[in-house]
Design a protein around this ligand. Structure first.
Ligand SMILES: [Zn+2]
Length: 598
């Protein structure tokens, strides 16, 4: 006759406990129990290493769940399960923990604890009050220990967060390890967060590759060839850099930010709970969470505005990325790959034409994205780049805007509260009203996202205003299309300009509507000449600060640029103006001065 099987379940909440000694001890216990009760120890053992039973993770999705699922299959009904102690099964509050024990017992399994050789069956639990009370007591104690531990960890974290927020700015942060892991390019020294001696420079290299427009695949190749990865990937492979690490690299930690999510507490330190209603209409309470942000926790790899710029460039690029040729000296478009240049005809992004070399063109992406060209023929890059640099150096956009940071925070907060209110309402609403509420919640969420996006743009704009050094762009030679400085300049352009809409008219003219970060606009007209003779550039004279310097750069300032753009419409407006003003001047027609100031 076959002996009854004994299975073992082992759980450690942290990796540190799982050293050989503990495992050995547990195996010895299982052997002892098998001998004591005449059982056959099955080779199949169930382990949850590094899994906490505090939130019931092991019973919901871990190997304990796998054991329960295997009852009646790989695990015969009637088998025994050995655990070191009941608290290995669960450290949830005692009633939930009891449910898990009951579930295992009800399926015909006998549970034995290694510590005291106490045997639990469904019958013993149902009939012996002592067994029931003992198990509830053990579970309660385990749960309380866990809660105490969690409270201690969180209160330590809380005071460390305050200590960090109050520390002198510019000094390294105090390490907080208990809540969330620290990034791989940081390290610690005497309780302070410092640059990782090896990986900080690797992280910097990733950023510079991103500025250069390298794809995640290219970055991965570089890293694999030059550096040992800092962590194992999902399959436990320690030899290659995981794609997730590279794709997820660009996030607010790069400018130093770390967020901590803790249980919310009121002024007396008591947990703040919120009422919920489950499907059957019963209420239950969930502890609310609170997020703390330390903006300067990690040593920064870059400043926040550069991060926002790079992140939006990265997004624009992944949409328009084309195959990269292997040439060492590549021409770099000052206006492409930063999500600024738009086709005025179809609205799609415009990009540098990779085919042409020294005199490259900017072309509409309609052919590539929709398969059909919108008809915008594009234009040679250099003349527009030259004018844009001169105008940025002229710094026409507004320097003295009021600070709207408070306003943004306030508005976002208001929307956030509205969303929370509606979500709360949704939990109390009958089925029929839910759809409507969901639509409303989504619309508020959309508004909030849009406002948050505008806020990040606003921050960009502000940094552009306070930055100095715009003057130097006057001197840059735009004919030098492979100059590596172009990457840095391109970033500054992105910080100053929101969009440039590009159209062509009368075959030989380009019209460019430039929208700056403060939403002010400026029009540029380029007249293209045949062959090598240089064309001509016109800018609205009213929109320029330093007329002399702009004219010195070879740009013609025009008093009535409309006349160039649409002579017919211009004439009509002029006639209408004369007509409207005629009665005031006793029949003498007035002409508007419409000369070119050459
Ligand atoms: Zn187009």
């Amino acid at each position: 006759m076959n002996k009854t099987k004994l299975f073992s379940y082992v759980r450690f909440s942290s990796g540190k406990q799982s050293d050989g000694q503990s495992v050995e001890r547990q195996t010895a216990t299982a052997n002892r129990i098998a001998n004591q009760y005449g059982l056959e120890l099955d080779t199949l053992s169930f382990r949850d290493l590094g899994v906490s039973a505090f939130k019931g993770k092991n019973a919901a999705q871990g190997n304990l769940r796998e054991f329960i699922n295997q009852i009646g299959k790989r695990v015969p009904v009637g088998s025994w399960l050995v655990v070191e102690n009941l608290d290995r099964l669960s450290r949830e509050e005692s009633l939930s923990a009891l449910d898990i024990l009951k579930e295992i017992l009800r399926k015909g399994i006998t549970v034995v604890t290694g510590m005291d050789s106490k045997v639990y069956t469904y019958e013993s639990l149902s009939s012996s009050t002592m067994d029931l009370v003992m198990s509830v007591l053990l579970f309660s104690r385990a749960h309380e220990e866990s809660v105490t531990k969690k409270n201690r960890v969180e209160s330590q974290a809380r005071s460390l967060i305050q200590k960090n927020l109050n520390r002198e700015s510019g000094t390294p942060a105090f390490v907080i390890e208990s809540i969330g892991q620290n990034v791989w390019w940081s390290a610690q020294d005497n309780g302070k967060v410092i640059k990782h001696p090896e990986y900080f420079s690797v992280a910097q290299k990733i950023i510079s590759m991103k500025w250069d427009g390298c794809s995640p695949g290219e970055i991965q190749r570089y890293l694999n060839e030059n550096h040992q990865p800092p962590t194992k990937d999902k399959r436990g492979n320690a030899d290659i850099w995981g794609m997730n690490l590279i794709r997820g690299f660009l996030n607010p930690t790069v400018h130093g930010r770390k967020e901590f999510v803790l249980d919310k507490r009121d002024l007396n330190g008591a947990l703040v709970r919120k009422r919920h209603i489950d499907e059957s209409g019963d209420e239950y309470w969930i502890t609310e969470k609170e997020t703390f942000v330390i903006e300067d926790y990690y040593p920064a790899l870059m400043i926040e505005t550069d991060y926002l710029t790079l992140a939006s460039m990265d997004k624009a690029r992944s949409a328009t990325r084309n195959s990269v040729n292997g040439n060492e000296l590549r021409e770099i478009g000052l206006l492409s790959g930063i999500g600024v240049l738009r086709c005025g005809k179809c609205g799609l992004p415009m990009t540098k034409n990779s085919a042409a070399k020294s005199r490259f063109r900017y072309v509409c992406t309609s052919k590539n994205t929709t398969g059909k060209s919108c008809g915008n023929a594009g234009f040679t890059g250099q003349p527009l780049e030259h004018v844009i640099l001169q105008l940025i150096a002229d710094h026409v956009w507004n320097n003295n805007q009021e600070d709207r940071t408070e306003w943004f925070n306030h508005e976002i907060d208001k929307l956030d509260r509205q969303i929370k209110k509606l979500v709360r309402l949704a939990t109390l609403t009958e089925d029929s009203g839910i759809d409507e509420l969901a639509t409303e919640i989504n619309s508020y969420k959309k508004q909030k996202r849009e406002l948050e996006f505008k806020f990040s743009e606003y921050k960009l704009e502000k940094s552009a205003q306070i930055s100095t050094g715009w003057d130097e762009f006057r001197k840059f030679d735009t004919e030098d299309v492979t100059n590596p400085d172009r990457k840095r300049i391109r970033l500054k352009i992105k910080q100053a300009i929101r969009s440039i809409d590009c159209t062509t008219f009368n075959n030989r003219y380009g019209l460019f509507m430039v929208k700056y970060m403060d939403n002010s606009e400026q029009r540029i007209v380029l007249k293209y000449n045949r062959r090598s003779s240089p064309g001509e550039a016109f800018v609205d004279i009213h929109t320029v600060n330093d007329r002399v310097l702009v004219e010195l750069a070879g740009i013609t300032l025009h008093t009535h640029i409309e006349k160039l753009i649409d002579p017919v419409a211009y004439e009509a407006t002029q006639q209408a103006w004369i007509k409207a003003n005629q009665q005031h001047v006793d029949g003498v027609p007035i002409t508007i001065i419409d000369e070119l100031t050459q």
